[in-house]
Design a protein around this ligand. Structure first.
Ligand SMILES: *Cc1c(COP(=O)(O)O)cnc(C)c1O
Length: 452
């Protein structure tokens, strides 16, 4: 048996904290392995901090989502939201599972092409598509989701130059009963902007209207909002059918399904409260099936869900730098994981688990990152056992957005490893080095020398 560790006794101050139905949150077991690979070994081999992605979890989560929709609706297509996590290895797992690509910039568009996605299976969203982006996407028969009238007129102009007929959809924003309403993207449903844009497309005769799109928000905690949105898009589609005898091919409900993370200030953990894929699927598919589409004329249903498919598959491993006490006696632990790597710590209380056995004496702890910045707080209040210098922690459910929104600030970005289904880790993105970063910089001749 391992020798028991001495822990210095402390007087424990009582603090108000957010309880859940099991009392205040305490991790009962250490997270020593990820998909059967020891955390310690991963850190030894690939360094700390380290992002780890579980291929098995991605595939399992995808299967759950797919089943929820395909058991309820005849024609379903997923499109992987590149900005949620565009590491090529991760995109390709989704493409292997049958997902198309959903991109929001020229950079992401070209990344999808280079990954080998057929242009016809790339959905191009976002407010900033340059003329060159549009030309390339039209040439490749990609699906252009128009955000504003200026873009619509540009596409009509490009279509006028001969060549291929652009395949377009419009993005529609609407009141779904969830506020604040996301009305900065696309055309509004209630005030008639959406109809106006559709009429302009149909009248131009130069574009092929193939679909209708909406993306009502992100981390949505109401499945019913999707039911309202699906109903409104169905109304538009049926209106076009009536007025122009034109059938659209698809309704794209965007993404925004909440993952299982816990929002800051939430009373209960997200695993207990957030809607499931089945809840979202039931809301969307019932609205479509109960609308006036003839049963054999139901449009293809496209889903661009991002975070709910990848959050749980991502872990961030880190190491304890030091322990100290704040002026008021509160325990703090400094980790080598900062908000530069974990953007989502600004709105989630991420679950943090020790990676080795620990004693059952816990204390409310602030977890700080390594940055020389006061805002570098990973958790303001985590009920944790004592973590010693050099020991490791595992932060859970960081798969969405952290590996794309991370910042190169003060420190360098770390390695990303994917563990395959046979428990073999693969390096999928190499850590930055001083050399790799310096390769972007240029120093003018007259600034190359100085005397101190
Ligand atoms: C970001 C985004 C998504 C994915 O959103 P999640 O909240 O990660 O599911 C889907 N569609 C569009 C248009 C987006 O901008």
């Amino acid at each position: 048996m391992e020798k028991q560790r001495y822990e210095r006794p402390v007087i424990k101050k009582l603090e108000t904290n957010m309880p859940n139905k099991f009392g205040t949150q305490t991790e009962l077991a250490p997270k020593t392995h990820i998909d059967n690979v020891p955390v310690k070994k991963l850190i030894e081999e690939f360094g700390s901090p380290l992002f780890v992605v579980s291929e098995q979890t991605i595939r399992k989560t995808f299967a759950k989502a797919k089943k929820a929709f395909t058991t309820r609706y005849p024609k379903v297509q997923f499109a992987w939201s590149y900005k949620t996590n565009y590491q090529n290895a991760i995109c390709n797992v989704f493409h292997q599972e049958g997902s198309w690509a959903e991109v929001v910039s020229g950079f992401e568009y070209e990344k999808a092409l280079r990954n080998g996605v057929d242009g016809k299976k790339i959905i191009f969203n976002g407010p900033d598509k340059t003329v060159d982006d549009l030309k390339l996407a039209i040439e490749n028969d990609s699906l252009l989701h128009i955000d504003h009238l200026d873009e619509l007129y540009t596409i009509i102009e490009l279509a006028g130059n001969g060549g291929k007929k652009p395949k377009v959809a419009i993005r529609v924003n609407m009141d779904t009963g969830v506020y604040p309403m996301w009305d900065r993207f696309g055309f509004n449903y209630e005030n008639g902007q959406a109809w106006d844009a559709l009429n302009k497309i149909m009248r131009s005769n130069k574009l092929e209207l193939v679909g209708l799109h909406t993306h009502i928000g992100t981390f949505m905690l109401s499945a019913n909002a999707y039911s309202v949105a699906a109903y409104k898009l169905a109304e538009l589609a049926l209106g076009i059918q009536k007025k122009y005898s034109h059938e659209i091919k698809y309704i794209d409900m965007g993404g925004g399904f909440a993952s299982k993370n816990t929002l800051k200030g939430a009373y209960m953990p997200g695993t207990d409260t957030n809607p499931t894929f089945d809840d979202f699927a039931e809301a969307i598919t019932s609205a479509l099936i109960n609308s006036d589409f003839k049963p054999d004329k139901l449009p293809l249903l496209i889903l661009e869900t991002g975070r709910a498919l990848i959050d749980d598959a991502g872990y961030l491993l880190g190491t304890v730098i030091s322990n100290k006490r704040l002026a008021d006696g509160k325990r703090t632990t400094i980790l080598d994981i900062g908000v530069n790597l974990m953007f989502t710590s600004f709105w989630y209380d991420h679950k943090v688990t020790p990676a080795q056995p620990f004693s059952h004496y816990t204390e409310n702890t602030v977890l700080y990152g390594p940055l020389c910045m006061n805002i570098d707080v990973i958790r303001e209040n985590a009920n944790l056992p004592l973590l010693n210098k050099g020991e490791h922690v595992v932060v859970h459910s960081v798969g969405a957005y952290n590996m794309t929104q991370w910042m190169q600030f003060i420190t360098l970005r770390p390695n990303i490893v994917m563990i395959d289904e046979k428990a073999t880790p693969h390096l999928i993105r190499e850590k930055e080095t001083l050399d790799s970063l310096m390769s972007y910089e240029k120093v003018p001749e007259h600034l190359k020398k100085f005397d101190l």
